[in-house]
Every structure is written in C-alpha cells, then in structure tokens.
Design a protein around this ligand. Sequence first.
Ligand code: HEM
Length: 448
Amino acid sequence: MLNTEMISSSQELPTPPMLSGGLPYIGHVLEFYRDQENFFRRGYQTHGSVFGIKLLGQPMAILVGPQQQSFFFRSTDKQLDMEKPYAFLAAMFGRIAFLGSHETYKQHRPVLHSLFGRDQMVGYLPVMSRAVKAWVGSLGESGEIELTAQLTHLVKEVAGRCFLGDAVHERLEAEGFWAQYDALSASLDPLLYNLPLPKFARRDAAKQKIRAILQPLIEERRANPVDDGFQYLLDQPDGSGQPLPDEIVANFFAALMFAGHETTAGQAAWSVIHLIENEPYRQRLTAEVERVLGGLDEVNHMHLREFTLVNAAVQETGRLRPSAETLIREVKEDIELDGYRIPAGWFVMTSTAAAHFIPEFFADPYRYDPERFSERKEGGGFELLTFGGGLHKCTGMNFARTEMSIILAMLFRDYDLELVTPAEELRVERSGSSKPTPTVVRYKRKIT
Ligand code: HEM
C-alpha cells in the first residue's frame, strides 16, 4: 500500500523543465556543440539545479549543485548506469571496466586499482621526476615552445614509463603506438560517434593498429615474463581470480594510456598558462618551490606535502579548466529529485561549466584564485567535479595531481616564462578533452 502510494505520488510529479531553444528531432545539439559552457550556465540561471535538455532525441536532466551532484555520485550502478552514455568511449576501447556492464566493472575494478596502490605510487614518483627533469633540461637556455604539444608529449612519456616500463615504452613508441592517439583524441564525441565520418574511420583504424602492436608483445610476455609495469598489469587477475584474456589486456593498455595522458595534458598546459598570467601568485609559488625543493631534481612525498601553493594551483586549474566537462549516466529506475520525476531511460548529466562557477560555493568564481583551496577550503563537499566522486571517482587522481605538481615545480623554479600567443586568443580545443589550442610560450633559464 505504502509502496503504491509512493509510486503514484511520484508519477504525479512533473519531469524537469525543458530548457528553451530545442529544435525538432535534434533538440539542443547545435547550441551544445557551439558553446557548451554558456549552454549549461543558461540552463542553471533559468531553471536552477535540475533542468532538462534533449540531444538527438535523448532526454537528459542536468544536475547542478552539491546536493544534486551528491545524489549523482552516491547512486548505485543499478540506479544510474554508465554503459550506454559512455558508448562513445567503448567505441575506442571496447567494453572494459565502466564501459561494460556492472558485472564487467566488478571484474575489472580490482585491476584498475592495483595500479594505484601505495607501493605503486611510491615507485612512480622517481620515474615522473626523471621524465620531467629530462624535458625541462631539454629546453636549453632560452627559446619558444608550443606548450600544448610539448606537454602532451611529456605526459605520454610519464604514463608510458610509469605503467609500461622504459623498455616497453620505447619499443611501442618506435612501433608507432603513441602516434595512434591523435586519431583517438580527435574522435572524442559523445553523440555522433557512430556516424560514417572520416574521423571515426581513422579512430577504428587506430584501434586496430594499437591491437596489432600490442598482441605480439602480450604473447612474448606470456611465454617469457619480465619484471616491469607491462608485466604487472598483464599478470593481474580479474575480480574472480581469472587471468585477463589477450583482447581485454590490450584494451586495458590502450585505455589506460589514453586516460593517463589525454586528460592530464590539457590541465597541465592550462596550469602553466594560468601561472604565467598571474604573476604575484607565481612569484610566491616559485619561492615555495625553492624553499621546499632547493636545487633537487627528484620530488618525494615530503616535498609534495609541503607544496601548498603548487597543489592549490593544480586544483584551481582543475576547477576552471577541467578535462572532463560533463559526466553522464543512464537512469535505470525512476528518480524523484527536487520535486521532479526523472523517468527511467533519461540520462542525467553533471556540468562543470555550471557547477564550478556558483558564487555561493566559489567566491568570485571567474577569478583565478588558488587560495580558495589552500586558505579558504572551498569545494570540500560535492561542489567540485574535476575528478568525479563516489564509486567511479577517478582512480588516477593522485597520479595526475602529483605529475602536474612536479611539472609546475620544476618548470617555474628553473625558467622565466611569458606568453607569446595573445591571452585573448587562447581557447579550449573542442576536439578531445579541454586542451588549449596551440599556445606559444617564450622561456629563459633563470640565473642561479
Ligand atoms: C587531470 C587528469 C584527470 C582528470 C581530470 C580525470 C577525470 C576523471 C573523472 C571526472 C572521472 C569520473 C568519470 C565518471 O564518473 O563518469 C574519472 C574516472 C577515471 N579515471 Fe580519471 N582523470 C584524470 C587522470 C587520470 C589518469 C592519469 C588515469 C590513469 C592513468 C585515470 C584513470 C581513470 C579511471 C580508470 C577512471 C574510472 C574509475 C572507475 O570507474 O572506477 N584518470 N577520471
């Protein structure tokens, strides 16, 4: 009786108010592609924390604000599912981990987590320091670089050397493995990923090539194990204790290398740009690095803990320029939220463009102000979406943050930098994650 009453009362609730501007059949697709940031902000300003949009016939409820985001992250996979909304990623990497069913996820989750345990992270630190030092050292006395491309290359180096080991990383590089990622990055598209367009044909070709490069290596290693990162992942059993089949192993490596660099490259580049643009903060940050690190080139856990201003700069860029701008789930059972009914079959979505700029939670939200994290402790609940939350919170968060802190520390300790590309020309590159468009930076080594 009680259940029936609850169901019938929730059936009477309205669905979330639809944002204006939707067109027949395609819905809000044009505005979504043209200016995603202002699209979501317009929705929040017009309707508040829960509103509806339609993309190619798919109704979606946008959830904005700590309570609504907490609901998003605390729901179980049975209530809010990831498989269908992230089919565009499965088109690249197959149905592994959260790109598959919940059963698949349960089998693969331990494999993901095995890479980020305490011992693993301790092992990654010197590898990261070495790779960053080698890059910083290669810059020479003075010159100009295109920052986005340089940092994309650097974070590939870091991911490859940490997760594969030096020898495998270098072998894969020579065989054209990393070159395939340009096609994968360019094909990131949550809506059109199945259309017969050239960029998706290039994605499928890249996927085949990656598989063809990895398969012989997997076979070699099954026959003759070697002690390195590649072998470590290869030997991980799934959640039921079974070895992973070759195809799944190859998909894991491909996806891990993508997650390991595509997201971090953009945020690292924006972190550098923000610091160049904010001189007073940069000077204090540089003084902090000189005090904590001195002339050392290897960053350890103690240094990281003392990098208050460096870490806050990384976090602030994650707020302003997050790599994952929207997170999506499919509603499996009707939801009742904030006086609305969100029916099964709808998608729910969070948006950093709206959530990270709510003045009640982030004072003066459009201002670059890292001290909101180091001093004022803003964003301590579910306000910040940069790395997600709940069961699916980013497994690589500490890895990525550590890597970005080391890059900022070594670069700004050793060099003076200025933007050559005018600030007003800087944009987010829409193909792929939120990388900046090509950005030229001039640098000069400091006199010590
Ligand atoms: C700045 C860098 C990064 C950002 C902003 C980022 C962001 C995110 C976000 C928002 C999610 C949650 C997705 C959702 O709930 O729908 C996520 C999940 C994930 N990330 Fe990251 N990520 C970053 C770096 C990395 C790195 C370096 C790795 C690994 C090498 C990684 C591996 C993963 C994995 C495996 C998941 C899925 C976790 C699960 O479902 O249990 N990420 N990431």
